[in-house]
Design a protein around this ligand. Structure first.
Ligand code: PLP
Length: 488
């Protein structure tokens, strides 16, 4: 049918803007989510992670899609959200010890909802008249708390991956001799980073056009920290290849094993070679708020830039990342573009037009949650959360160490613990746990060997629950073995 033949009926969208319907659906959602939270907290759900494989889940949702269209009354059908909840990974279950995503402070969901409703786009001041100055104020305050100095400031963006790319773009513009942003980049730049660093650093380098050779992986010690004495060698080799090293990137901490590079040693090296010192603190720069656990970050205050995810250890819903700069001016180097339809003063720095410093044009109102927590609690809430998470990891690690048949990779300095069975195949154990639950743990590989990995993201994971990870794995291993024996 030609869509211009007959005008569509505004009643289709009109009722979905109705305030009464909004109120009613809000009440229903509140009830549903409260019930979900209670179930999650009390471990009444069968598994933390529903275990079906991706293709059967796709099939299931395809079937659901063909059922959904009859109900014309609601914006979405009534049973959609319950099904989404039921089939998702349940981070609020204290048996969750998987990947590094915050178990959000539940009340922050209302801030996300309010921001979604207001939907101020943040690109320019007029589209974020409250949230833009909130961002500027809170980021300056936290940057200074980190010890980056009086001129420090920062921006919020969607994720550590984007923050690391943005920091390296700023580093390139500030460190290179020509105007790379305007003239295009040369392939001969490089960055020094741990061989255990998160892949997004290498991705950023490739996005900037420096190719595979642009990431120089510096060897690490047994605990996965950059060997400081290897930096000189890596630097000299890069120069011999004709590469100009612009930056050294420290990991705080590494994703796989939770290792912290010696940031002071990296800062000394950066200073001696006149390099930009960036810290990828996506996971654990958050420990700056904890008097007990900030010692792993010695030297952070000497960084030119620091990325820190609020959505990992700090209980803020994803994505919400801070990128902090020692010299606030440097933030404007990453991007510099005229956009006469947006900015009053094309090429000038205007803190109030946030998209001059972010990759995103429109972005969510990320500052509201961060500002709200910081003004109300200062560092205290985050400090106690970090202490709880790292404390849980340390308790679990101590249990692994003293339990026969288990090996610990190293004493945790953050909330990440790698460990393995010395009896059963570790990939098999992880697969059995995924299939049969109830816990959710992940795995990693070092030198071709599989290690199990827990990130203690949920503050309600008690010692009893974390010990039951080990007893469950032992039971699964023993059961599998006896099945194998009886099949022979
Ligand atoms: C050290 C490190 N850097 C960067 C990232 C990527 O962060 P995001 O998932 O926020 O993009 C991660 C994610 O786990 C990380 O651990």
């Amino acid at each position: 049918m030609n869509p211009f033949e007959k005008p569509t009926n505004p009643s289709h969208w009109l009722k979905h803007y109705d305030v009464k319907r909004f109120e009613k659906s809000g009440q229903n959602t509140l009830e549903l989510l409260t019930h979900y939270l209670k179930l999650s907290h009390s471990q009444e759900l069968e598994f933390v992670l529903p275990s079906d494989d991706p293709n059967s889940r796709l099939e299931l949702w395809r079937k659901e899609m063909s059922q959904g269209s009859d109900e014309l009354n609601g914006l979405i059908r009534n049973d959609l959200m319950p099904r989404v909840l039921e089939r998702s990974n349940h981070l609020h279950d204290p048996r969750y010890a998987g990947h590094q995503v915050a178990v959000p402070l539940p009340e922050l969901a209302w801030i996300s909802a309010a921001s979604a409703l207001i939907n101020n786009g943040m690109a320019i001041d007029e589209m974020g008249p409250a949230s833009s100055p909130m961002e500027e104020a809170v980021m300056r305050s936290i940057a200074q708390f980190m010890g980056l100095g009086d001129d420090a400031s920062g921006i919020l963006c969607h994720g550590g991956t984007l923050a690391n790319l943005t920091a390296l773009l700023a580093a390139r513009q500030c460190q290179s001799e020509s105007d790379e942003w305007s003239k295009g980049t040369s392939e001969s730049y490089a960055v020094l980073v741990s061989e255990q660093a998160h892949y997004c650093v290498d991705r950023a380098v490739r996005v900037m056009g420096w190719g595979e050779q642009g990431t120089i992986h510096v060897p690490v010690d047994r605990q996965h920290r950059i060997r400081p004495e290897a930096l000189d060698d890596a630097f000299t080799k890069a120069e011999r290849k004709g590469l100009k090293v612009l930056s050294v990137v420290g990991s705080a901490c590494t994703t796989s094993s939770g290792a912290f590079d010696d940031l002071n040693a990296l800062a000394d090296f950066a200073q001696s070679k006149d390099l930009w010192f960036h810290v990828d603190g996506a996971h654990a720069a958050a420990q700056i708020f904890s008097k007990r656990h900030a010692n792993a970050l010695h030297g952070l205050h000497r960084a030119d830039s620091v990325a820190m995810d609020f959505h990992k250890m700090l209980g803020v819903p994803a994505l919400c990342t801070g990128l902090f700069y020692r010299r606030s001016q440097d933030a404007y180097s990453a991007f510099s573009q005229r956009a006469d339809y947006l900015y009053e003063q094309g090429e000038q720095d205007e803190w109030w037009n946030l998209s001059k410093r972010t990759f995103e044009c429109t972005k969510r109102m990320l500052s509201v949650a961060v500002f709200g927590i910081w003004e109300q609690h200062g560092p205290r809430l985050w400090e106690s959360l970090v202490d709880q998470l790292v404390g849980n990891a340390q308790i679990f690690a101590a249990n692994v160490e003293k339990r026969p048949g288990w090996q610990l990779f190293g004493a945790p300095q953050s909330n990440i613990v790698c460990f393995r069975s010395t009896i059963w195949d570790n990939s098999l154990l992880r697969r059995l746990m995924l299939e049969r639950g109830p816990h959710y743990i992940v795995k990693t590989e070092f030198n071709g060997e599989t290690w199990l990995r827990c990130t203690f993201q949920n503050p309600f994971t008690t010692e009893e629950i974390s010990t039951s990870i080990l007893t469950r794995l032992e039971a699964l291993g023993a059961e599998w073995e006896s099945l194998q024996n009886s099949a022979q």
